[in-house]
Design a protein around this ligand. Structure first.
Ligand code: PEP
Length: 250
């Protein structure tokens, strides 16, 4: 039975006091204990928020990025080891904003995935096509390439720890959500590619999240899709009531 997960990516939002208040509100509004809630605040709040959530088994904390090497002269960067030391158990890797604004490509992301795993932190690996790719009907090829170049170098035991988040770029922060047909279609494709590479058992246990303008109104139908195991939520994760309603829609 695959774990149900709702993860909130706060991006570059919230001061420390605002973030701590939001966490309290999210804990109160997220009544469904069978869903794992993952909060991804900015790096600087990780330790405080991890401390606040200590002992709550249905809550975990994630970073939004990590550097690809262990340590060294990389001013301003944060390593996977440092992230692990805060109590965070997950790292979002390959978000489209990192790919677009910071030039992160598939091979760099492969290194980040390895670094997270080497530090016992679970990657939430984001992939997805942009609007032009979908218009050109090459969205399956694009996603296949992203998996091949960033994930399929992993040994089965390592791959099986990774969470994959399908986030079509055209749906992120736009208010345009993938239809259930589009989301299920891509998730089914991703699972079948995992099956080809790692076999049935790994593919059936792989957790696949959908991200892209998920809100309290559309979450229920998206989460009802056979191959959708939860969501990666951006904008709606900054409002406790909305995030809680998404969690409770499982
Ligand atoms: C995201 O940034 O990962 C995301 C899914 O954003 P939003 O929910 O705002 O579309």
């Amino acid at each position: 039975m695959r774990k149900k997960i709702v993860a909130g990516n706060w991006k570059m939002n919230k001061t420390l006091s605002e973030g701590l208040k939001l966490v309290d509100e999210i804990v109160s509004s997220s009544e469904n204990n069978s869903v794992l809630k993952i909060i991804a605040p900015p790096f600087i709040h990780l330790a405080s928020i991890a401390d606040k959530l200590k002992g709550k088994e249905d809550f975990e904390v994630a970073a939004q990025n990590c550097h690809q090497v262990e340590s060294g002269a990389f001013t301003g960067e944060v390593s996977a080891e440092m992230i692990a030391s805060t109590g965070a158990k997950y790292i979002i890797i390959g978000h489209s904003e990192r790919r677009i604004y910071f030039g992160e490509n598939n091979s760099l992301l492969a290194q980040k995935v390895l670094m997270a795993l080497a530090n016992n932190v679970i990657p939430i690996f984001c992939l997805g096509e942009n609007a032009a790719d979908r218009a050109a009907n090459i969205h399956l090829d694009v996603v296949k390439q992203q998996m091949k170049e960033s994930l399929f170098n992993l040994l089965p035991a390592d791959f099986s720890k990774v969470i994959v988040a399908y986030e079509p770029v055209w749906a992120i922060g736009t208010g345009v959500t993938a239809t259930t047909h589009q989301a299920q279609g891509m998730h089914n494709f991703i699972r079948s590619e995992i099956n080809k590479k790692y076999g049935k058992m790994v593919s059936e246990e792989s957790i696949l999240l959908y991200g892209g303008s998920v809100n309290a109104e559309n979450a229920k139908e998206l989460f009802a899709c056979l191959d959708v195991d939860g969501g990666l939520i951006g904008g709606a994760s900054l409002k406790a009531g909305e995030f809680g309603a998404i969690v409770n829609s499982f």
